[in-house]
Design a protein around this ligand. Structure first.
Ligand code: PMP
Length: 449
């Protein structure tokens, strides 16, 4: 057997030799994270970083949360897994908790191992229930990379194949800062998107299965529609009997601050028919799931969909993590700390030509970058800021689409303190200034030659 790689550079070379060429890694010198605590992680060289990306939101509460570590090791010491064929106490307790938190009446919960698989299950349910494989999805959306999840994903550049098992119609509404409706106010924007939806449905036989939407687009660059847009959509969907699937993989568990679920910003829309979740609920353990009204969940006679869904170990993690989240009001923390962080970053961005917009809800904050002095999305600026922030000991993410990764994504663990928010904001401000001067110096160089 090969020996353990000597350092991160050797590990990188060996990664490149054995994993697919298309596997994306952040940073010119990719990062090997060896451990974490609270809102910080350490790399193999012993450098500490403030984590403003939460391992793409998989760390919901805090890194190495002692309650989760304890619950997982106790459960792993007893039994690792038994399959969905046997009764499972932790799974039932977590399902009861999630069913009551979901807001969906007569809710049934089915666990999977990822967000992609959760969306697959939701699409399977909705298409079977409606006996139609036609679905509506939002432009610029992201729902995972399996055949059906990437097949309906609105940003088509994420899809390595143009084939899809489902027919998808793409709807306006999730992105309001760019595009044909950018000049409209909230009410006009909502009305224009509703008219667009009705127009699209008038061109079908009405037999569409579902609308799937992220309440705040995650990978798409942390963009949200005006509050209430999905309530207006719901009226139209209800007339046709079309189901509403809320993909809460990024927005669930209080991340948006004001609400526990993203759909609640559209209060009058009521609970969705189906809700999918994943990522942070396991605080690093691989969990996903779908919640649906019993009538929809039970339209299949599936036996099971996933052997590992609801494994006792992942459920132990979810139970401890969820208890910590609720007992410490981390949703309230996301609202307070996130709200101040948003204002702080807006003030920092004001003198910077590289920042087009700072937006977000709770601890889900996007910073959209452009080529200074233009309105052109700048993936180059995003890469420069990512590198400069890393140099200073801050991890952030980027998004906005495969080809247009020009939005910085800030989504720290929900226990972020005021002091850490300020520390991260100061580091990010420096990184933005560095990127701006590199870009303007680069442009001056171009003009000279
Ligand atoms: N839905 C959304 C909104 C997501 O952001 C993601 C992951 N980025 C997924 C689904 C897929 O989840 P997973 O990567 O766990 O399969």
């Amino acid at each position: 057997a090969a020996s353990d790689p000597a350092d991160s550079d050797e590990l990188h070379a060996r990664t490149r030799a054995v994993l697919p060429d298309w596997l994306a890694l952040y940073y010119e010198r990719p990062l090997e994270i060896t451990h974490g605590e609270g809102r910080h992680v350490w790399d193999a060289d012993g450098r500490r970083y403030l984590d403003f990306f939460g391992g793409i939101l998989t760390t919901m509460t805090a890194h190495a949360l002692p309650e989760v570590t304890r619950a997982v090791s106790e459960q792993a010491g007893r039994i690792l897994h038994t399959s969905t064929l046997y009764l499972n106490r932790p799974m039932v307790r977590v399902a009861e908790r999630i069913a009551s938190l979901s807001g969906i009446p007569d809710a049934r919960v089915f666990f999977t191992t990822s967000g992609t698989e959760a969306n697959d299950a939701a699409l399977l349910l909705a298409t079977a229930y409606r006996r139609s494989h036609q679905v509506l999805a939002m432009r610029n959306s992201y729902h995972g990379r399996s055949f059906s999840a990437v097949g309906i994903t609105g940003n088509r550049s994420w899809s390595p194949t143009s084939l899809s098992p489902l027919q998808t119609l793409y709807v306006h509404g999730a992105v309001r800062t760019r595009g044909p409706f950018a000049h409209l106010d909230d009410a006009e924007f909502t009305a224009a998107c509703v008219a667009d939806l009705e127009d699209m449905l008038a061109q079908t036989r009405g037999d569409v299965a579902a609308l799937i939407a992220e309440p705040v687009q995650g990978v798409g660059g942390f963009t949200s529609p005006p509050d209430g847009l999905y309530a207006a959509f719901r009226e139209v969907l209800d007339r046709h009997g079309i189901l509403w699937i809320s993909d809460e993989v990024q927005t669930g568990w209080g991340r948006t601050g004001e609400h526990f679920w993203g759909w609640q910003a559209h209060g009058a829309a009521g609970p969705p028919d189906l809700l999918t979740f994943a990522k942070g609920i396991g605080n690093g353990m691989s969990i996903g799931g779908v919640v649906a009204r019993a009538e929809v969940m039970n339209c299949l006679d599936a036996g099971s969909i996933s052997t590992f869904g609801g494994s006792p170990v992942t459920m132990a993690a979810a139970e401890a993590n969820l208890a910590h989240l609720l007992d410490h009001d981390l949703q309230g923390n996301a609202r307070r700390v996130g709200g101040r962080l948003l204002e702080r970053l807006r003030a920092a961005a004001r003198p910077l030509g590289v920042v087009r917009e700072v937006r977000g809800k709770g601890l889900m904050i996007g910073v959209e970058l452009v080529r200074p002095g233009t309105d052109e999305p700048s993936p180059e600026a995003a890469s420069l800021v990512l590198e400069a922030a890393r140099e200073r000991g801050l991890l952030i993410g980027k998004g906005g689409g495969h080809a247009t990764n020009s939005v910085l994504r800030i989504a720290p663990p929900l226990s972020l303190t005021e002091a850490e928010a300020e520390e991260g904001a100061a580091l990010l401000e420096q990184a933005l200034h560095t990127a701006e001067s590199q870009l303007t110096a680069g442009r001056r160089g171009e003009q000279r030659t």
